[in-house]
Design a protein. Structure first.
Length: 202
């Protein structure tokens, strides 16, 4: 059987041109993909915190727990390590017993249901030590520690300009979770740079 001698493959020059075109497209597209990936990671963490607060406050309003807490564990002050977010619930019986001296304790044994919700994320925060906020069913009992006294938490990506915690005007991507004593939440995104910008609703 005789082969067709007119069949030809790609020349070396044609292959080099294809490789160069693919390299250029990759070089242009990779930074944008990386920016999108970083933004998605920070946004996902912020959305999970909003969901956790909404979930535990909803359980409180339904009567499952009259007193609840969002606890944020920051393992290292240099910003390294995963941050852990937990929600906890106190039973009606313990709430009645502790009501006179009720605080927003971070001791796990003070809560009947530890880790109602649990989430870990490798993001930076605007705090470098643990934080906690507590809500009650009718908003009568509401308390935060000094780290969360602004009723908010900022999440951002680690960078050269912010190696340990999120700045007041953070490097993008950055999101802010805001809450009130009734358990209502708002999610905002930072639009701008470290010199100027604003928080916009999401």
């Amino acid at each position: 059987m005789q082969q067709n001698q007119d069949i030809k493959g790609f020349s070396l020059l044609e292959l080099l041109v294809v490789v160069v075109i693919i390299s250029v497209i990759s070089a242009v597209g990779y930074p944008r993909f990386q920016d999108w990936k970083n933004d998605r990671e920070v946004r996902l963490a912020a959305e999970n915190i909003v969901s956790m607060i909404n979930g535990i406050v909803s359980q409180s309003k339904r009567g499952s727990f009259p007193y609840v807490q969002l606890y944020i564990d920051v393992p290292n002050s240099d910003g390294s390590g995963d941050k852990t977010f937990e929600t906890r619930g106190m039973s009606q019986k313990k709430f009645i017993q502790e009501r006179a001296a009720l605080g927003c304790s971070d001791t796990a044994s003070d809560w009947d249901k530890e880790k109602v919700h649990f989430y870990k994320a490798d993001v930076l925060l605007n705090i470098i030590s643990d934080g906690k906020v507590c809500f009650s069913k009718d908003s009568t009992f509401y308390e935060t520690d000094n780290n969360l006294k602004t009723n908010s938490i900022v999440l951002c990506q680690k960078s050269v300009k912010q190696p340990t915690k999120c700045k007041a005007k953070p490097t993008m991507p950055a999101y802010k979770v805001i809450w009130n004593r009734f358990g209502g939440t708002t999610l905002k995104k930072w639009s701008g740079d470290e010199n100027s910008g604003q928080w916009t609703d999401q």
